[in-house]
Unconditional design. Structure first.
Length: 303
């Protein structure tokens, strides 16, 4: 057995740790591509999660933390060490106008909790496919909002295994960016949000409107990582790609969506190499035709 010390340290929570060895990552990403994780763990609660996380840090085990696998692209060669999934710790607590969400709670759960409590501000998150932890990591947003508008603080474990808390300002939020992107060995445990009271019918109407706009404009019937590129200043990535004549362009099983050119989709048998190759072709073509650099929004993982 590889990494015997790690397995010894998690023995007391092994049944709750959801351990699978040599697990295909295509089963755990919305793109449905990627090789195997040496060890995949999906702890069932926050206690087991913290135990597994602490053991990995004590053993200097290569560590990758994921949520629901959206906005990710995993190498065909897989990921060494431990892939730790947050989805099992998905608790949400409402206290007045504040919502405390564990990192594995979905963005949709956050929006639903806010609606149920008559709180506005999180409607945009209803259709974002990821988790709260992943959303804070990249400052996820859509339509009229982003998480940086709502965050009060986050609790995380640092590289040394210490539990720490940071304020909104200390997140260093920017467009699709936060301090956590620059410290990938920091692991978000939970985040507290503050919202405003509002009429529930108005909140529901806004959520329904955003959901319909997503259905109308996005290729939701194909696997993808969501929007592939960040919005370049003064432009829309999808419009540039369409104007470059790349709508429907294919490489292997990867294709530029004909419904929305800002999405690269998996038509059924794509590899990571197909996807990265097509992304590179898009970037080169747009640069050549419009002298605009498209920055990939999707996080690349693995070897």
């Amino acid at each position: 057995m590889k990494y015997p010390l790690f397995f010894e340290k998690i023995k007391s929570v092994y049944e709750l740790a959801g351990i699978i060895e040599n697990e295909p990552m295509c089963k755990h990403t919305t793109f449905q591509v990627g090789g195997n994780a040496e060890i995949f763990a999906k702890p069932r609660n926050i206690g087991a999660f913290m135990k597994v996380l602490g053991a990995a840090k004590e053993c200097d085990l290569p560590l990758t933390v994921i949520g629901r696998g959206s906005n990710l692209l995993v190498s065909d060669n897989g990921i060494k060490g431990l892939v730790l999934c947050t989805c099992g710790m998905s608790g949400i607590k409402v206290e007045g106008s504040r919502i405390i969400a564990e990192a594995g709670a979905t963005m949709a759960q956050l929006a639903r909790a806010a609606y149920n409590a008559g709180l506005t501000g999180a409607e945009f998150s209803a259709g974002i496919p990821g988790t709260v932890g992943g959303g804070v990591f990249m400052n996820a947003g859509a339509y009229d909002g982003q998480l940086s508008d709502l965050v009060v603080n986050s609790v995380f474990m640092d590289a040394e295994g210490n539990s720490r808390i940071i304020t909104n300002k200390e997140h260093e939020f920017d467009y699709r960016n936060s301090i956590f992107k620059h410290h990938p060995d920091w692991v978000i445990i939970q985040t507290e949000f503050v919202l405003k009271p509002a009429n529930k019918e108005d909140i529901k109407a806004k959520m329904d409107d955003f959901a319909q706009r997503r259905r109308d404009k996005q290729p939701l019937n194909y696997p993808s990582a969501g929007s592939t590129f960040k919005r370049p200043t003064g432009y829309f990535a999808g419009k540039l790609i369409e104007d470059a004549g790349l709508k429907g362009a294919k490489l292997g099983g990867a294709m530029v969506s004909e419904k929305h050119a800002g999405f690269v989709i998996n038509t059924g048998n794509a590899t990571c190499q197909d996807v990265t190759g097509l992304i590179g072709h898009i970037q080169q073509t747009v640069k050549s035709q419009f002298n605009v650099d498209l920055e990939c929004e999707v996080r690349m993982l693995g070897d």
